[in-house]
Design a protein around this ligand. Sequence first.
Ligand code: FAS
Ligand code: PHB
Length: 389
Amino acid sequence: MRTQVAIVGAGPAGLTLAQLLHVAGIDSVVLEARSRDYVEARIRAGVLEHDVAELFVQAGVGERVRREGLVHTGVELQSGRERHRVAFDELTGRTIVVYGQTEVVKDLIAARLESGRPLLFDVEDVSLHDLESERPRVRFAHEGAEEELECEFVAGCDGFHGVSRPSVPAGILREFHREYPYGWLGILAAVAPSSDELVYAHTERGFALLSMRSPELSRLYLQCAPDEDLELWPDERIWEELQERLGVDGWTLHEGPILEKGVTPMRSFVVEPMQWRRLYLAGDAAHIVPPTGAKGLNLAVRDVAALAEALVAWYRDGHVALLEAYSETCLRRVWRAEHFSWWMTTMLHRAPEDDEFTLRLQQSQLRYLRTSRVAATSLAENYVGIEHA
Ligand code: FAS
Ligand code: PHB
C-alpha cells in the first residue's frame, strides 16, 4: 500500500486532517484501532469554538453542525447559590456552538466513506518505521493480514495512549505533566436542559457543570475522586448531588432517565516538540487539557488545520517553512489553552487538600469575574478561542 500521508487514529484530529487533505487533493490512509461503532459512540467533548465550527463548514462537513448545533452567546458562572452570566458576544463579538463530539465524528466518518478514500477500522499492531527517511512506513494487521503502508508523512493522531508519541526515539521529546486530585462523573440524561446555557458551578461540596447535547438531551458533570467507583453512584444519588451543587433560588434542575454515566480523570500534559522528522503529532497524542475549559477537541482540530496548511504548501510548491514551524505554531496556542484550562479547573474545583485560604482565593476570583468587565473579557476571549496565543 502507498499513500502521501498516513494518519494513525480516527478521532477528531485524524478524521479532520483526512478531510482537509482530501479537499486539497492530497491522498491519505486513516488507520483506526477500534470499530466504527465504538468510535462513533464515545461520548466526550460538547463545545466547539466558533472558528472550529466554521472550519467544518469550509471543509464541507459542516451542514449538520450548522443545522443542529446550538449557538450559545455566553455561559453562567455559579459561586455558591449565586449565578453570573459571562456574555461572550458582548465581550468578544464571538460565540460557541454546542455540538457533541460523537456527532462531529459521525459527520467526518460519513464524509470519509463518501469520498471513497481508505479508512480502516479494527486495525491492530500498528508500528511506525523509517521516520527519518523520505519514505516512512507504517506496519499493521488488518482482517487477518499483515500490511505495510509506504508514505511520505505520518500524522500521529492516535490520542494519549497511542503508538505515535512513543515511536520518537528516547531523549528527543520533553514531557510536561500535571495530575489533578479529582475527576468528573459525567451523565447523559434524556431530559430537556434546565438552563438555556452552560452553568459552571463552584460550591463548597465541589464543582458541577450543566451542559447539553440537544433540546431533549442533558449532559451534566460533578466533581468526584479521580478513581471514583461508579457502583457507589446510583442515579438517585447523582441527581441528589447535582441538585445540591447546582441549586439556586427560584430554579429547578429537571431530572430524567440516565442513558450513560462515566468517570473521567483529569490531567494536563504537553509534549515538546510536536514533530520529529516525518512524524507530526496532533491532538491528544501531543497534549491533554482538563475539560473545564472545553478545549480538548478544539485544540485537536486547530492542530490539524495547521498541519494540513503546511502539507498543502509542501505538496503544492515545495514550501518547507510551515512544516518546519508546525510544532512552534501549535505550541503557542496549546500552552495558552493549557493555562486557561488549568486556571478554570483550579478556580472551580475544591481539591481535598485545599484550605480556607484557597477557598477565599477562588471566591475572590469569581467575584472579580462578576464585577470587572476586563476580567470577564479575559475569560470570554480564551473560552471562544484566542487568535493571538
Ligand atoms: P482521540 O483520543 O479522540 O482519538 C484518537 C483515536 O486513535 C481513537 O479513536 C483511538 O481509538 C485511536 N488509536 C489509539 N491508538 C491507536 C493505534 N495504536 N492505532 C490506531 N488507532 C489508534 N474534551 C472537551 O473539550 N470536553 C470534554 O468534555 C471532554 N471529555 C473527555 C472525556 C474523556 C473520557 C476523554 C478521554 C477525553 C475528553 N475530552 C474532552 C478530550 C477529547 O475530546 C479529546 O480532546 C479529543 O478526543 C482529541 O481528539 P484526538 O486527538 O483525535 O484523540
Ligand atoms: C460537555 O458538554 O461535554 C462539556 C461542556 C463544557 C466543558 C466540558 C464538557 O467545559
